[in-house]
Every structure is written in C-alpha cells, then in structure tokens.
Design a protein around this ligand. Structure first.
Ligand SMILES: Cc1ncc(COP(=O)(O)O)c(C=O)c1O
Length: 362
C-alpha cells in the first residue's frame, strides 16, 4: 500500500488529460440536458439530487481512504440520520452515552427504541438490537472502545455496527477493517480541516447498504452542494500533513497540561498514562489532535481563553487553527470546567508558549 501522503494527494483524481486541471472544478447543475428523444440514460446525469460528478469524485476519494463505498451527505448529522433511517428502525439502537450530544438527541427523535452505553464500557446485552453506533474516540471525553470485539458481539446478536470516525478520520482509523459495517463521519472537522464547510458521509463494503443510503439521500434530499464537495476534495489533499502536525502539537500540549497544577485532568489517547492508550495503540493509525482537559470551573476557563492570544474560542474541531470549546455551554453533560482543545497546525513552540501563558492566568 502506498503511504498516506501519496494516497490523500491523489485520492479520487481523474486520469491526467493534457489541458485539464488536476481536480476538475465543481459542476453546478440542477437539471442536465437530456436527449430529447431517448430521455434519461443510465450512467448519464439527469438531475442534481441523485447525480453530480463533483460529489462522485469526492466519494471516490473518501471511499479509497475508508476502504469501502462512500455516500456523501450535507453534514455529519445528515449522515448519522441516514444510518439511523437505513439500519436502525427494526429494533433497539445502542448509542454512546458520552458521544456527540446531537447524535443522542436525533436518536430520541427518530427511533422507536434507544439504549445508552458508555464508550469505555461495560458493553450492554445486544439482544433485540438492530444497530450499535460506536464513537471511538468519543467526543468530547476521548474514551475509546474495542471495535473488533464489540463488532463481533453485535454481529453475533444480529445487529449492524456503525462507527463514528469523525475524530480519527480515515487516515487515523479504518472502522471497516476493524469489523464495522458502516463508517459514518462528519467531514466538517479534520477531513476538510479549514473550518469553512459542512459535510458528512457514510462508507460501507455492503453494496446493498450503500444502495439504501443512496436511495435515502435521493429521497430525503440531504446532498452536499457541488462547491462544498469540491472544497472538501481540494482540502483533503493535505490531510496527512495537517494530521501529523496536529498530532505532534497535541502530544506537546497534553504534556504541558498534565504537568500544570491548575489542570484537574487531561485526556489524550496518545499519552501512556491515558486510560485509552492501549486501545489507541491497537486501533489508531495516528492519534488525533484533540486534547480534552478540565479546569476548576467556568471562571477558570474564562481566564484561560481571555489570556490566550493563539487559541480561539470556537466549537467544532480538527481545523488548521487551534481552538478551544467549553463543552458545557452547548448542553454536554460534563463538568463546567471541561475544555475540548483542538490543536491546529501552528508551530509547536508558539502554541506551547501561548498555552503556558494562558494557564498562568488561570
Ligand atoms: C463526533 C461527531 N459526529 C458527528 C458530528 C456532526 O457533524 P456536522 O456538524 O458536520 O453535522 C459532530 C459535530 O461536531 C461530531 O463531533
């Protein structure tokens, strides 16, 4: 297999044609010209909701990285909604109690029966379950779970397994290789990486499931626009470089945080002292740039964010700028002092110096 940098730089690109760009620009079309007599033809785009070549190129790129067939959606939530719709309506659905909060809220609205389980376990009994949604590492707590073991247990009970791969990205983790039926993600985060676009996707090796996802998207209409699809494809080419810098920055940041007396706790699965370290070494091809830490209270976080000149207060994560988010303000059931810090691609020395100054102000 070629290296990650080579793969992302070339993923989904057409064969070279003299005079043509490396990545063709977005195709903007609601209807396409039809043959006036023959009408719609298989393999020829007819209407923009089911058919768009820019989106198809992005799906080829993500599919190569995830190792399955990709169906892109308008956002990560639209992709999760598709997973619930296609895989979760014939029995209970197990969702992480500590994963992205909107996933739980959506499950409650969409599904007949929802059960909760913490990412770090213990795993529940999967009898009567149609779908197990796992999120590893989980946002924002960064706990992890054993994907092959849980997939095997869920399959033995007749359930499908979907893994939210947002935080890891397909370069950091390949859920389909680890036993999952579906990898689902928000590409809004590190995959696109520039804090300027929302997108989501599912990937699967099951052709029947892929067809159901495409059919649901064509009917439900949650398609990414062509400009968004193009922007994500263009941005993905640097994913390997961005993740590498974010991960080394996170390693340095986690050490500074762990050593500081004002910091109550730190989570980063790449630290040997972290409870998820052993799983991270087994399952992650690289550790993400997100570090979660806890200060005493909201006032301490206010002082931290006000004193920093480099760390922007912003939600979301995975972008090229370092950002920090006090998660309780969005309704996450966490301590008021919990901060999800997303390391950007700034120079490590600058970031560490800024972090140390901000911690001093705490
Ligand atoms: C783990 C996870 N999954 C899904 C989503 C939803 O993604 P989007 O905002 O693109 O709809 C998010 C957003 O923060 C997330 O963190």
């Amino acid at each position: 297999m070629t290296g990650d940098g080579t793969r992302v730089a070339h993923a989904g690109l057409p064969d070279p044609v003299p005079g043509q760009p490396f990545l063709p620009g977005p195709v903007f079309a609601a209807p396409y010209h039809l043959d006036p007599v023959a009408g719609p033809q298989p393999g020829t785009p007819g209407y923009g909701r089911p058919d768009n070549p820019t989106r198809v190129a992005l799906e080829a790129a993500i599919g190569e990285l995830e190792g399955g067939e990709c169906v892109a959606f308008a956002s990560g939530m639209a992709a999760i909604a598709a997973v619930f719709q296609v895989c979760g309506r014939n029995g209970s659905v197990v969702v992480p109690s500590d994963g992205y909060f909107a996933g739980r809220a959506l499950a409650e609205q969409m599904l007949p029966s929802v059960r909760y389980a913490p990412t770090a376990g213990p795993a529940p009994d999967f009898a009567g379950v149609s779908l197990v949604l796992l999120e590893s590492p989980a946002n924002p707590g960064l706990d992890m779970c054993d994907l092959p073991a849980l997939s095997a247990a869920a399959h033995a009970a007749g359930a499908l397994v979907a893994v939210d791969n947002t935080t890891a990205t397909p370069l950091g983790q390949r859920p389909l290789d680890l036993g999952a039926d579906v990898s689902v993600a928000s590409g809004t985060k590190a995959l696109a990486g520039h804090s300027d676009v929302l997108i989501g996707y599912v990937a699967t090796r099951d052709a029947g499931l892929a067809e159901k996802f495409r059919s649901w998207r064509a009917l439900g209409g949650a398609i990414p626009g062509p400009f968004e699809a193009w922007l994500v494809h263009r941005s993905m080419g640097t994913l390997d470089l961005r993740l590498a810098r974010q991960s080394t920055n996170a390693a340095a940041v986690a050490e500074v945080l762990a050593a500081h007396p004002a910091v109550v706790s730190v989570r980063w699965p790449g630290r040997p002292a972290d409870p998820a370290y052993d799983l991270a070494r087994k399952q992650l091809r690289r550790v993400p740039g997100v570090v979660t830490f806890t200060l005493a209270d909201k006032a301490a976080v206010d002082r931290f964010l006000t004193a920093s000149t480099l760390i922007a207060a912003a939600t979301s994560f995975g972008g090229l700028h370092t950002t920090a988010d006090r998660r309780e303000q969005w309704g996450d059931d966490v301590s008021p002092g919990l901060v999800r810090l997303s390391c950007g691609i700034e120079d490590e020395a600058d970031l560490v110096a800024d972090l140390q100054a901000a911690l001093k102000a705490v």
